[in-house]
Design a protein around this ligand. Structure first.
Ligand SMILES: NC(=O)c1ccc[n+]([C@@H]2O[C@H](COP(=O)([O-])OP(=O)(O)OC[C@H]3O[C@@H](n4cnc5c(N)ncnc54)[C@H](O)[C@@H]3O)[C@@H](O)[C@H]2O)c1
Length: 264
């Protein structure tokens, strides 16, 4: 018997990077997974990987910033799997990566929409079923930027701080309702080797000043105690643990998986 046998999970942003690793790890532990993404080809490829592992899976095309579509997705999962035990809100964008004064209102709003508001839409759509069964796991992917802001990152840091505030409020309300079968937590990754880190490097790296490799070492890897990028699988192991029954007493927590980037 594996830890997540008989469970069904929805992973937004499941087609690449951390979301892909979480989809595969939850499947490894026995869960059926819905790989939700705005890029359907990527979601389909991950769903196929899950099937190769012997798991149940389907890909779902969605823009998580559309609350009506998120509701429809929750219904589609019920139709196909009968229930959602685990919700992982992982879809995200890197944000403006510019000074506040140079950050457009459109870019600010997009970052908040994808990284924060979409998490709220997903909770509204998936929590009622969990409350009915007094069973569920909500895992939100925040960031160390949700604890420690930095320059040229205000929209992203605000969105990721918001995720932690949303998750903690949710955990408190679940407690007031006496639904101890449900937990809500966030994971705060440090810098993880994914397409997002590559895109950030593309945006900030100045080839006149240093090599791309030197930029990664000096500006990204050196930010943590271990002086390295994390692998997406390291985040996925934490998600699988939080999704399991072993973590039933962990709720309202923002857990760092960050190679020591922040120490609080
Ligand atoms: N890579 C890092 O260093 C790092 C660090 C801390 C937190 N995070 C967070 O981890 C999460 C995953 O990021 P990643 O590093 O794997 O990058 P990524 O770019 O590979 O993943 C983001 C995913 O979100 C999807 N997505 C974006 N907008 C969407 C939308 N509107 N609707 C549906 N899907 C959408 C993308 O298609 C993509 O698959 C993000 O929330 C990110 O903020 C990443």
């Amino acid at each position: 018997m594996r830890k997540l046998d008989g469970k069904f999970a929805v992973i937004t942003g499941g087609g690449t990077g951390i979301g892909r690793a979480i989809s595969l790890q939850l499947a490894n532990e026995g869960a059926g997974v819905v790989v939700a993404s705005n890029v359907i080809e990527q979601a389909q490829a991950v769903a196929e990987e899950v099937e190769v592992l012997g798991g149940q899976s389907f890909a779902y095309e969605i823009d998580v910033t559309d609350a009506i579509e998120v509701d429809k997705m929750a219904d589609a999962v019920i139709d196909r799997f009968g229930k959602t035990d685990i919700l992982v809100t992982c879809a995200g964008v890197m944000g403006a990566r510019s000074f506040l004064t140079e950050t457009s209102i459109e870019c600010w709003n997009k970052t908040i929409e994808v990284n924060l508001n979409a998490g709220f839409y997903c909770i509204k759509a998936f929590l009622p079923g969990m409350l009915e069964r007094d069973a569920g796991r909500i895992i939100m992917i925040s960031s160390v930027s949700g604890k420690q802001p930095a320059a040229m990152n205000a929209d992203y840091a605000a969105s990721k701080h918001g995720v932690i505030g949303l998750m903690k409020s949710l955990a408190i309300e679940i407690g007031i309702l006496g639904k101890n079968g449900i937990t809500a937590n966030a994971i705060c990754p440090g810098s993880v080797d994914t397409p997002m880190i590559s895109a950030i490097t593309d945006k900030l790296w100045n080839p006149d000043r240093e090599t791309r490799e030197a930029f990664q070492i000096n500006r990204i890897e050196s930010k943590n105690i271990q002086k390295r990028l994390l692998d997406a699988e390291e985040i996925a192991f934490m998600a699988a643990f939080l999704a399991s029954d072993h973590a039933r007493g962990i709720t309202g927590q923002a857990v760092n998986v960050c190679a020591g980037t922040v120490l609080f």
